[in-house]
Design a protein around this ligand. Structure first.
Ligand code: GAR
Length: 190
């Protein structure tokens, strides 16, 4: 069994989609979700699937010895950042041997880096006049949105799009591509 731990900060629709996808899997187990936000809707979403949630404090995040211990206790093979907004400490990346991926709602390297998350990204895409957007799933390194790319999917930017309508189109790509990418990585990790 490949154990994955999801990190999420907010709404958690991707986290829920992963939990649903692997609920009956014989090969991948969502062992836990970690968050720094006690009000994250992602917590309720994970509860529906019986996925335990760990809420860490700012202090625990800044000096992540307890988080690393917990990842080891869960025998974590892969961390998935699914709407996670903090920069990840090298100690956490090392704890899983670099097996940590992030989903970003644009075609990196476009519209990535500090401050580029969620609706900020969709606004930036619309303001730039780009004709297409999409998603990127990539390994996490110390450089924000800078790790090797595993998967990209594209969608058009349509006339009259708002950040909300574009976000919906991009989310649909995320719901399809993230579980598939996790399956592919899990097969390699077995
Ligand atoms: C997703 O679109 C994800 O790509 C994005 O936040 C959203 C979270 O939605 N992540 C980033 O912007 C990271 N830089 P969700 O909480 O409903 O899954």
């Amino acid at each position: 069994m490949i154990n994955i731990v999801i990190f999420a900060s907010g709404n958690g629709t991707n986290a829920e989609n992963i939990a649903r996808h692997f609920a009956d899997s014989g090969t991948v187990k969502v062992a836990a979700m970690f968050t720094g936000n006690p009000r994250a809707k992602a917590i309720d979403r994970m509860n529906r699937y019986g996925v335990p949630c760990r809420i860490f404090t700012r202090e625990q995040w800044n000096d992540p010895i307890e988080i690393v211990d917990e990842l080891k206790r869960l025998d974590t093979h892969l961390i998935v950042l699914a709407g996670f907004l903090s920069v990840v400490q090298p100690a956490i990346i090392d704890a899983v041997g670099g097996n940590i991926i992030n989903i970003h709602p644009s075609l990196l390297p476009r519209h990535g880096g500090k401050g580029m998350w969620g609706m900020h990204v969709h606004r930036a895409v619309l303001e730039s006049g780009d004709q297409e957007s999409g998603i990127t799933i990539h390994y996490v390194t110390e450089e924000i949105d800078g790790g090797a790319i595993l998967c990209q999917r594209r969608c058009p930017v349509l006339p009259g799009d708002t950040p909300e309508t574009l976000a919906e189109r991009v989310h649909a790509l995320e719901y399809e591509a993230l579980p598939t990418t996790i399956e592919q990585l899990a097969a390699r990790l077995q």
